[in-house]
Design a protein around this ligand. Structure first.
Ligand SMILES: [Zn+2]
Length: 347
């Protein structure tokens, strides 16, 4: 198997265009046409994980967090990021990060995994994304695959997430040539990039292109998740349940109200920006991480904020990636890291 086959699969699970603007998900180290010897899934591609990959004969590390976030100006090993990149290159190991794009998908995403751990029912994306545009164009069949590949590479995604291959349908005929209708969604930020990929790869010098805004939000893409427990629990019982299910040593939380917990909002990682959405949607508790002292006041008697720790909230993403990859590529060496990369220790 080539790395690009794995990447194609991962990008179908979580299209790179769903990542947030500040993110750096994707292939960070490595070349797409290298042969894959084995894969390790992890949250953080630390040096210890690269060592583990070397020891296990794996040359691909699939991480949730991108090890390189901002640009590197030098590569001399003066910090852990540079040392990881140097070691990975020296040992011909690829690092692929699947980050906020995996946070933002309803199916098989970070938050779906948390919801599954907590047995939440009736789950929905907490804050669906709005800024998608619909792109429709027409192309003769022989040019379809190349055009589709080019515009998907530029960030367009199929409109029907469940049915990725069928987003081109045989449609109208112009000048005796049957034209295929290609319909995709494009994050508004990528409109220019997709438009130029389309212009460069379309056989016609003046292709018919229709752009339209999507009025409804896409319920399958966005941040956080909300659902309900099968049976309401009292608050202390719920905190105990949360601690056990998420394997958390300690929970930082705001005042309890002596009210049953039924509706639960979650966001793996730093989800504080979703507090308003969690309150607006009537969640009794909001489970996330990376809360600062003053931010806890924002609960303001309307919700319980439960900060379970960043690593703890996302640790099952390691299993999620492992399960997705090993189910797709059966008989292939896939491992979940045995290194606990959490930089935070509790005493
Ligand atoms: Zn995270």
């Amino acid at each position: 198997m080539l790395l690009k086959d794995l990447i194609r699969f991962l990008e179908a699970v979580a299209p790179p265009s769903y990542q947030e603007s500040y993110d750096n998900a994707g292939l960070i180290v490595g070349q797409r046409d290298m042969e894959v010897s084995g894969i390790i899934t992890c949250l953080d591609s630390t040096e210890a994980v690269i060592d583990e990959a070397i020891a296990k004969g794996c040359n691909v590390v699939v991480a949730h967090h991108p090890i390189v976030f901002k640009g590197l100006k030098r590569l001399n090993g003066s910090n852990y990021v540079e040392r990881v990149v140097i070691k990975a290159i020296q040992h011909n190991i690829a690092i692929y990060a699947i980050h906020t794009n995996l946070d933002n998908v309803y199916n098989n995403g970070v938050n779906a995994k948390i919801a599954e751990r907590l047995g939440l029912e009736g789950t929905r994306i907490l804050a669906p994304k709005k800024e998608m545009l619909k792109l429709v164009t027409y192309v003769p069949q022989e040019h379809l695959p190349a055009l589709r590949t080019a515009i998907v590479a530029a960030g367009a995604v199929p409109t029907h997430l469940q049915d990725r291959e069928s987003f081109a349908t045989s449609g109208q005929t112009t000048e005796g040539v049957e034209q295929y209708r290609l319909e995709l969604l494009v994050p508004s930020a990528l409109k220019g990039k997709v438009q130029s990929a389309l212009t460069q790869n379309h056989p016609s010098s003046a292709p018919l292109v229709e752009w339209s805004g999507i009025h409804a939000t896409d319920p399958m893409i966005g941040s956080g998740m909300i659902g309900h427990l099968a049976k309401a629990m009292d608050e202390v019982e719920f905190l105990g349940f949360l601690k056990a299910k998420m394997e958390v040593g300690c929970i930082k939380h705001t005042a309890l109200f002596d009210k049953p917990i039924k509706k639960v909002a979650v966001c793996g990682g730093a989800g504080g920006f979703l507090l308003r959405a969690a309150i607006a949607k009537g969640a009794d508790v909001f489970i996330t991480s990376d809360y600062k002292y003053h931010e806890f006041f924002d609960a303001d008697g309307r919700i319980i904020i439960a900060d379970i720790g960043h690593y703890e909230s996302e640790q099952y993403t390691i299993d999620l990636l492992y399960e997705l990859i090993s189910e797709k590529f059966i008989n292939f060496a896939v491992h979940r890291t045995e290194v606990i990369t959490n930089p935070v220790h509790y005493f």
